[in-house]
Ligand binder design. Structure first.
Ligand code: AP5
Ligand code: MG
Length: 218
């Protein structure tokens, strides 16, 4: 299956991707995780991306489209993928359409997670992330088994530099202005599926799984 995860910052895209990819044998491609990897390794791309990410602004389209072009051609995505955090602008969505047409591939669904703004702020300001595998936790809603350590690899959990309240509010505004229009874009193509993103993590996954199972059958 080839899927897009659309939803505001903190809606649970990363959290739910882990379950979807495991059950449906597809690979997650998170542009945010990729950019953070480049930043950590001090690459040119990482240096360019830093100033935008720290302000909660989007990294320029041309840089992002280049990353996706290179990634999606890799063999690891041949069984299917889940795009997490891409596309984020109409320009990116159009570039993706063009790339998929070149590769003779089609999208199966765009999953749209709905969560109200105040809940997003609570989720993001208490999020902790593993520097090794990227898994996310929440100090109250989704704590690690051992304080400060990743359940999967023992990595020392950290707070993302864009998870402070001021930057989070800007990220949410950027989502409203630049990314939300993609919902109409994909709805007009008959690809959008809406999921209530409020509730227990496992309950939200059940909602997602029911949709994906029905798509798989058809
Ligand atoms: P990116 O890394 O993509 O961040 P984002 O879209 O802002 O989304 P998040 O990762 O913050 O949220 P999420 O939905 O994954 O939530 P999570 O599952 O972690 O992008 C970062 C930056 O990179 C951008 O600002 C931009 O600068 C740049 N960038 C990336 N892609 C780009 C692109 N395509 N174009 C241009 N620039 C780009 O969950 C959040 C928290 O909530 C966690 O603590 C989690 O434990 C908790 N939680 C999850 N589910 C629940 C639940 N059901 N109940 C309670 N808590 C929950
Ligand atoms: Mg994420």
């Amino acid at each position: 299956m080839r899927l897009i995860f659309l939803g505001p910052p903190g809606s649970g895209k990363g959290t739910q991707s882990e379950f979807i990819c495991k059950d449906f044998h597809i690979v997650q491609l998170s542009t945010g995780d990729l950019l953070r990897y480049h930043r950590k390794n001090g690459t040119e791309l990482g240096k360019k991306a830093k100033e935008f990410m720290d302000k909660g602004e989007l990294v320029p389209d041309d840089l992002i489209i280049e990353i996706i072009r290179n990634e999606l051609k890799k063999k690891e995505y041949s069984n299917g993928f889940l795009l997490d955090g891409f596309p984020r602008t109409i320009t990116q969505a159009e570039a993706l359409d063009k790339l998929l047409a070149e590769l003779n591939l089609h999208l199966d669904a765009v999953l749209v997670l709905n969560v109200p703004t105040e809940e997003l702020i609570t989720r993001l300001t208490a999020r902790r992330t593993c520097p090794i595998c990227g898994k996310t936790y929440h100090l109250i809603y989704n704590p690690p088994k051992v304080d400060g350590k990743c359940d999967l690899d023992g990595g020392e959990l950290y707070q993302r530099s864009d998870d402070n309240e001021e930057t989070v509010r800007n990220r949410l505004e950027v989502y409203e202005k630049q990314t939300k229009p993609l919902i109409d874009y994909y709805q007009s193509k008959g690809l959008a599926y809406f999921i209530d993103g409020i509730g227990k993590i496992e309950d939200i996954y059940s909602r997602l799984k029911a949709i994906l199972d029905s798509i798989k059958k058809n």
